[in-house]
Design a protein around this ligand. Structure first.
Ligand code: HEC
Length: 287
């Protein structure tokens, strides 16, 4: 199966297909959506934020897409504090329910979801460029992609003040962000009634953290590689499963499927991989 590369510019037919796809996604995810906002173009956002006293600032981070566990690479971005952007687009009440999730949707179908609580705990920024004016791109080492466009917006985290974030890799750093929304957590797709939520909630959260930015579970998740993991996991034996999650390049050289972050310990990566397999095998496939 191939995935749409995140190339620019977008052809008209591709734009139409994308529009149809977004409509479909909106229809499917409507029950959980509270509010979805398409972000204004950077120049318009800049004017809007400036009027409220916020300016873009230079923010230095360890860039996870360029870094490995032993070789952290720092970069300086030009960025707005994310809480200012969220208050301007979703309204100040976005902070009111820490157990809701913020969803960042990218132009290529990649979706990142994170609990509101994470934004209250750590400092995040929405980057609009590099501080030195170089092209706003990055090499994505984990996915073997070069000079990936980051704009219009790129969510970055102050992981110099919070080094624990450095172990997570790029999972929570969506780029080409075009839309932000606020939604309820743990939809029926991930923990259908009848499934013991006490036993599986943590597993479902792992899938959300590490997999659902690109894949789906019963229609919920990202569209970068819209594969229903609840179906596929049941067809893959434990060994192949571990290889796909820990060393995807050994199963399919050149694949864009990233390994679980190498900032986690080997034991932890193995544990997460088998927990995900157990959960996905137990999860009923939605009709
Ligand atoms: C950044 C996007 C991305 C993330 C995150 C991601 N994957 Fe993938 N995954 C892919 C892509 C792209 C492929 C297609 C690989 C190919 O065919 O080259 C893939 C392929 C797979 C396959 C193989 C499917 C087959 O062909 O049988 C499995 C299994 C899989 N992913 C599971 C997972 C699981 C489980 C997670 C979470 C731990 C995950 N993926 C996270 C992008 C992603």
């Amino acid at each position: 199966m191939s995935i749409p590369a995140s190339s620019h510019p977008v052809s008209p037919s591709r734009a139409r297909r994308r529009a149809a796809w977004l409509l479909l996604c909106a229809a499917l995810s409507a029950p959980w959506a509270v509010s979805a906002e398409t972000l204004p173009a950077p120049a318009a956002l800049h004017r809007q934020l400036l009027a409220q006293g916020h300016k873009a600032q230079a923010v230095t981070v360890v860039e996870p897409h360029l870094s490995s566990k032993d070789q952290p690479v720092q970069r300086r971005y030009l960025a707005y504090p994310v809480e200012a952007v969220l208050s301007a687009t979703l309204g100040p009440s976005w902070q009111a329910q820490p157990d809701r999730e913020l969803e960042f949707k990218a132009l290529d179908g990649f979706v990142a979801r994170m609990p509101v609580a994470r934004f209250l705990k750590y400092r995040a920024y929405l980057a609009v460029g590099l501080a030195d004016g170089q092209p706003f791109t990055v090499d994505n080492l984990a996915q073997g992609e070069k000079r990936v466009a980051l704009g219009p917006y790129y969510l970055i985290w102050d992981n110099l003040s919070a080094p624990t974030l450095q172990a997570e890799g790029g999972t929570h750093w969506p780029y080409q962000v075009a839309e932000i929304s606020l939604r309820a957590v743990n939809p029926e797709a991930l923990l259908p009634s009848g499934m013991d939520s006490g036993r599986w909630a943590e597993h479902a959260a792992l899938a959300q953290t590490y997999c659902l930015s690109c894949h789906q579970i019963n229609g919920f998740g990202g569209a970068k590689m819209p594969l229903n993991l609840a179906v596929r996991a049941k067809l893959i034996d434990a060994r192949t499963w571990q290889s796909w999650l820990l060393q995807p390049q050994s199963v399919k050289p050149g694949t864009a499927m990233p390994a679980l972050p190498d900032g986690l310990s080997a034991a932890e990566r193995q544990r997460i991989a088998s927990q995900l397999h157990d959960y996905l095998k137990a999860l009923p496939v939605a009709p």
